[in-house]
Ligand binder design. Structure first.
Ligand code: PMP
Length: 439
């Protein structure tokens, strides 16, 4: 086993200042987190000097891996000139021009600092535009920490199994119960439930918030019939569609929605568009985005933010996104295809109880024989969660950082031999037939 004493030491120190030793709930620790020392392209070097192929890339943010030269150069130049102003800069225009040119649904854009904030303002915009308070969203999907975006998050089956209709209980203790009154949960790929639930509350629902391939819910593939039914039903009742592409924008040059025939009114973005710096964006139809306008004495929805559109995030994002040409997306997708096909071939040849979901540069391995279609299929039992953690530990020993509770992703500095390494590690893991009963 490789040495990780320095990580362990840092974790012990961190416990003196952070509850439970970390300042982000999403940090994986088994039993302590691996502290990063630096990044080198596709690799992360930890504080103990271990060099690990990084399949997390800060939760899919770093599409170019670590230390991408174009971004570093753009940012280093800026640091000398000043990092934030109360005044706008040309950088925000350039990044907005790139996004509106590529992403069909983004006719106008607003910048914020995180995906959470982007989703929050998209919901507020949909409410302001429709004058309706409620939202509908997908059971088990993650959209950040705005109360309405997270209600019903992380549910598990009760002792009698799953409730047939998902109940949007406020996720955390003390959240006002009124939050749940204005959230309607839909099961992904459930056409009949979607129509029934939207029509029952149609005059109160401002928008359906939907990640075209919900990642936390299982990196689920959308069925064409579901996307069609969503578009039709939303249109019929004047409900807006908000596509949350904070994570899935990396699926292609035009983002994720066009791949699946989804035509959103609003789109949220984040992660890759900041080139490794904090960012979020809300884009959408000109008519809807007008709610942010200040032409009237009282704008419907004022939106500002001290660090919103700061030039560092704008310039870094522009450098990263400019390098994501259609060819760069194609190359990443081809690598992703080869990886997913290879993983599936291993599963088939060993008749293993696993499946793989994902698209483009994203993938997720499930300890399930059948690839999940909705959150309920992807939800892990205690034993399955153990299998995933064990697999992640196995990968770590093979020098690969594989997130066990989230989508994994490739980055542009990866090469075919990196894909081969992932495939061998997985095949060897299957060959070892590690199960809870053998621990
Ligand atoms: N929406 C989706 C789909 C996400 O995946 C995430 C982050 N994983 C968020 C929103 C929240 O973004 P952030 O962490 O930047 O606040």
């Amino acid at each position: 086993a490789s040495a990780r004493s320095r990580s362990k030491h840092l974790f012990d120190r961190a416990k003196g200042v952070f509850t439970d030793g970390t300042t982000r709930a999403s940090v994986e620790r088994d039993p302590f987190p691996i502290y990063a020392q630096r990044g080198e392209g596709a690799y992360l070097v930890d504080v103990d000097g271990n060099r690990l192929l990084d399949l997390n890339n800060n939760f899919t943010t770093l599409i170019h891996g670590h230390g991408f030269a174009h971004v570093s150069e753009a940012v280093v130049d800026l640091l000398r000139l000043g990092t934030c102003f109360a005044n706008p800069t040309e950088h925000e225009i350039a990044l907005a021009e790139l996004l509106t040119a590529r992403i069909p649904a983004m006719e106008r854009v607003r910048f914020v600092n995180s995906g959470t904030e982007a989703v929050m303002f998209a919901i507020k915009a949909a409410r302001a535009f429709t004058a309706r308070p409620a939202i509908a969203r997908i059971e088990g999907a993650y959209h950040g920490a705005y109360d309405w975006a997270e209600a019903g998050q992380g549910v598990s089956p009760g002792k009698d199994g799953w409730d047939p209709i998902p109940i949007p209980t406020p996720t955390y203790r003390g959240t006002p119960s009124s939050v749940a009154d204005e959230v309607h949960l839909l099961r992904f790929n459930d056409v009949e439930g979607l129509e029934r639930r939207l029509s029952a509350a149609s005059d109160r629902i401002a928008c359906v918030l939907i990640d075209p391939m919900p990642s936390r819910a299982g990196l689920l593939h959308p069925e064409p019939t579901f996307i069609e039914a969503l578009s039709e039903t939303a249109h019929k009742y004047g409900i807006l569609i908000v596509a949350d592409e904070v994570l899935n924008l990396r699926q292609g040059y035009a983002g994720a929605s066009p791949r699946y025939g989804l035509k959103p009114d609003l789109v949220t973005a984040g992660k890759i568009i900041g080139g490794g710096f904090p960012i979020g964006a809300i884009g959408g139809r000109e008519e809807v985005m007008r709610v942010f306008g200040t032409e009237n004495a009282r704008p419907l929805l004022p939106q500002g933010g001290t660090f919103s559109a700061n030039p560092v995030s704008m310039a870094a994002g522009l450098a990263a996104m400019e390098a994501m040409t259609p060819d760069a997306f194609d190359r990443l997708e081809a690598m992703g295809e080869r990886l997913r096909a290879g993983l599936r071939a291993s599963i088939a040849s060993r008749d293993a109880r696993f499946s793989v979901t994902g698209a483009a540069s994203l993938f997720r391995i499930h300890p399930k024989r059948v690839a999940p279609l909705e959150y309920r299929d992807a939800h892990l039992s205690a034993e399955e969660a153990w299998i995933m953690r064990t697999m992640s530990r196995y990968f770590l020993e093979a020098g690969i950082l594989l997130p066990y509770g989230a989508a994994a992703c490739l980055s542009t500095p990866m090469v075919h031999s990196d894909i081969d390494r992932i495939l061998s590690a997985f095949d060897e893991f299957l060959e070892a037939k590690i199960g809870p009963e053998k621990e």
